[in-house]
Unconditional design. Sequence first.
Length: 241
Amino acid sequence: MSAEDHRPKIQMVSPAPMWNISRESKETMTKVLEGCPDGWWENLPGQGSGRRWLRGINEVGKWNGEVVKQRIESMMRPYLEFIKNQYPCLRYWRVGALQTKPNTPSQYEKLQNQLHSDYSETALQREPGERPMSMIMALDAFNFLYEDKDDDDGDDNVDDDDICSITVRSGHAIAFTNELFHAGGENMTKKTIYRLFAYIVSDEKDYPNSKVFTKNRSNMNKLNAARERIERGNKRAKSSM
């Protein structure tokens, strides 16, 4: 097993004409999300009520929630199949939705200048091509922050100079690996913005829980220890040949 993952950490996915991602289809999906009961939405960790995810569609027994989930998956399917064609081992996904209310600071700021990954150090137990990815598809244009480093030195410090901000246009999506430390950008508009998301895995055991893997010293120590174990294993395997 190699600790090195040579996939691009982040890539933009633009909709092909045959995907039929029209203004009408996006507006209809937004209305579906706006119609979900308030109790289905749950605050993201450390974000208060300004940034929430649609937890209710994953609860057993919510028939209407299952319908909403199917609508989300139907819209995201061509984007997900695009990633699956690139990385055939990633054959499972779990979808959801995100909501950010007007005049909400960035996720980075709300987490006291910390970035996060969607997956913990346990993702490194997989071969690089089997490690999970995430995807966010824009119903409304949104801003996305991520750390751009050529080499990850394992440091828990975040240098503002290494943080990039991109705008994902409506109808487009970003896909990123388990190694990308990132955060949702601010919403300084006067409207609530919506986007769809998916966790994409090679093994359904890898789906994350509702917590995030914050880039702090404790978590980076775990990540570095996992990388070192893999490297030691590789060295032992080579020496026994």
